[in-house]
Design a protein around this ligand. Structure first.
Ligand SMILES: [Zn+2]
Length: 198
């Protein structure tokens, strides 16, 4: 997929309504994010859109990080997730495996269930799932079953992440972006496990 196609599809899942070509819309008239007059040229529009998306991903990842911190305060492994549909957060969740005595209560599982409930449908084809750490194989499977349009994760998980064991686990149409606020997300995990070892 071209960069433009990825950006355009992601903008659509973010609810910016640019289905017929985000760059064209951004090039015409004022920019959607900063209100400034767009510089002429398709290339400038593409770069600008990418920056818009980056800013949006960072903002939503901060919300997922807030959920992760909440998990940490409860003595849970600090992983947080939010589900965004058309630019709006429809579900927030964090890891609850200790609280619920349930090994399946990962942040993503909670978030998918909550989002489906909020939207009234089991498929999340218009949604982006933000999670602070790369999903495990179980969660990647759930993300596939839910047909999540886009997955954005923070820190990579070399030991338990799905990419090591099942890189094909996601739905083929799901777009993936890793490394958003990766240092912040990883730091939270490192601190949590360092404190627990003492
Ligand atoms: Zn998981």
């Amino acid at each position: 997929m071209t960069t433009f196609a990825v950006v355009d599809a992601a903008l659509r899942t973010a609810g910016l309504g640019l289905a017929d070509g985000g760059a064209r819309l951004c090039l015409r008239g004022n920019c959607l994010c900063c209100g400034q007059r767009r510089a002429a040229g398709r290339h400038a529009g593409k770069l600008h859109l990418e920056r818009m998306m980056e800013a949006e991903d960072t903002n939503f990842m901060k919300q997922a990080l807030a959920e992760a911190r909440e998990a940490g305060r409860k003595g849970e492994v600090p992983v947080g997730a939010v589900v965004v549909c058309k630019g709006r957060i429809v579900a927030r969740a964090h890891n609850l495996t200790e609280t619920l005595t349930d090994v399946t209560a990962h942040a993503e599982m909670q978030a998918i269930t909550a989002a489906a409930s909020a939207l009234g449908g089991k498929y999340l084809t218009d949604c982006t799932l933000y999670v602070t750490v790369e999903p495990c194989v179980m969660c990647a499977g759930a993300i596939a079953w839910a047909q999540v349009a886009r997955l954005v994760f923070g820190a990579a998980d070399e030991k338990r992440g799905y990419r090591r064991y099942a890189p094909q686990a996601l739905h083929p149409k799901t777009q993936v972006e890793g490394g958003v606020l990766a240092d912040d997300c990883a730091e939270l995990m490192k601190t949590f496990f360092a404190v627990r070892r003492h």
